[in-house]
Design a protein around this ligand. Structure first.
Ligand SMILES: CC(C)(COP(=O)(O)OP(=O)(O)OC[C@H]1O[C@@H](n2cnc3c(N)ncnc32)[C@H](O)[C@@H]1OP(=O)(O)O)[C@@H](O)C(=O)NCCC(=O)NCCS
Length: 317
């Protein structure tokens, strides 16, 4: 498969570090030094489904197809207002598509998992176009009275249209079960048969554990996808890492001894938008003509689960 269209959409509200410091015991200096984040876009008047529809429409238009031509929609989403139906099903109606739809929850690595699923569907042989849409609102997961998590995230949606062709070269996915370092628990409906106390918590994160795991997994995954394809890191033009934190990106870059110019980033403007972060960055690079046919790209992401994954592709649009 190859990418034939990209699109993204962000909420209208820009929240600066100084704005956060008006209601949290934090500062622009602390946030920028530890994360690189300056501003993030946060959902206020919008709904996630509208951002998802906008991002998808942009990608579909760029691919030069109609929504009715999509053979599958895979949506990477961690939370939205509906538990059921899946966001992809809601989106299908908004777009006017008629294909089967499924959501997956791979947390921040969801884009790579969705691409891997799409790759398998193409290999089955009866698909022409698949929409992968990542739509996330982590601002509705964090506790806004807690400075350790709320400053890190932003909301957004980004999509790619994948079409039959040659582009993706290798994938590596892994999962390491962990409910301690990064999790959120929600309370389910009461029943007459449940006596135990149940919790309803905001996102909990052991920042330093996540940091180390993110760096190690990213380095391993990238090494493996390059090895599988017999490609050297020096021959990769753009490493698109999950935009969680500038210090994680810098650490991976330094261990790999690669040039800063090959690690594009926009975390400073969007914060961590979970699985939407890599396709948002991809759309930005694509629409500013930074991607050239024949260039090699690596995507690498990690998130709650822990889910981690990377893939190598040649840009062929
Ligand atoms: C979250 C992260 C930025 C915190 O940086 P850190 O250097 O590990 O900082 P610590 O958690 O040790 O906290 C240091 C101090 O800053 C304080 N602090 C935490 N958040 C703060 C904030 N927003 N503003 C000011 N101070 C803050 C802590 O309370 C602590 O204070 P103390 O020393 O008095 O106890 C860092 O651990 C990180 O980037 N982790 C990875 C997070 C991530 O990417 N998650 C998503 C994965 S998908």
């Amino acid at each position: 498969m190859k990418i034939t269209g990209t699109g993204s959409a962000s909420p209208s509200l820009t929240v600066s570090n100084d704005m956060l410091a008006t209601f949290l015991d934090t500062s622009d200096e602390w946030i920028q030094t530890r994360t690189g984040i300056k501003t993030r876009q946060i959902i206020s008047t919008e709904q996630l489904k509208d951002l998802a529809a906008q991002a998808s429409t942009n990608a579909i238009q760029q691919a030069g197809i109609k929504a009715e031509e999509l053979d599958y929609i895979i949506c990477s989403n961690t939370i939205n207002e509906y538990v059921t139906p899946a966001l992809s099903c809601i989106l299908q109606g908004m777009l006017g598509a008629t294909c089967p739809c499924i959501d997956l929850n791979g947390a921040c690595a969801g884009f790579i998992y969705a691409l891997d699923m799409a790759d398998a569907l193409f290999k089955r042989g009866n698909m022409e176009h698949i929409l992968v849409i990542c739509a996330e609102e982590p601002s509705r997961m964090v506790d806004w009275t807690k400075r350790d998590t709320s400053v890190l995230f932003g909301d957004g949606a980004a999509a790619v249209v994948l079409s039959k062709g040659e582009g993706f070269i290798s994938f590596k996915l892994s999962t390491i079960s962990n409910t301690e370092a990064l999790y959120q628990i929600r309370k389910l409906q009461d029943t007459p048969f449940i006596n135990k106390e149940e919790e309803d918590s905001a996102l909990v994160m052991k920042g330093q554990d996540v940091f180390k795991l993110a760096v190690n997994c990213s380095l391993n995954d990238i090494k493996d996808v390059l090895k599988m394809a017999d490609v050297k890191a020096t021959n990769v033009d753009h490493f698109l890492l999950h935009q969680a934190n500038m210090r994680i990106i810098d650490t991976v870059m330094k261990y790999m001894k690669q040039s800063e110019k090959n690690f594009p980033h926009n975390v400073e403007r969007y914060g961590n938008t979970s699985s939407a972060s890599i396709p948002m960055l991809l759309d930005e690079l694509n629409r500013s003509n930074k991607l050239k046919t024949g260039q090699k790209l690596v995507f690498s992401a990690f998130g709650a689960g822990f889910t981690t994954g990377a893939c190598l592709l040649e840009w062929t649009k």
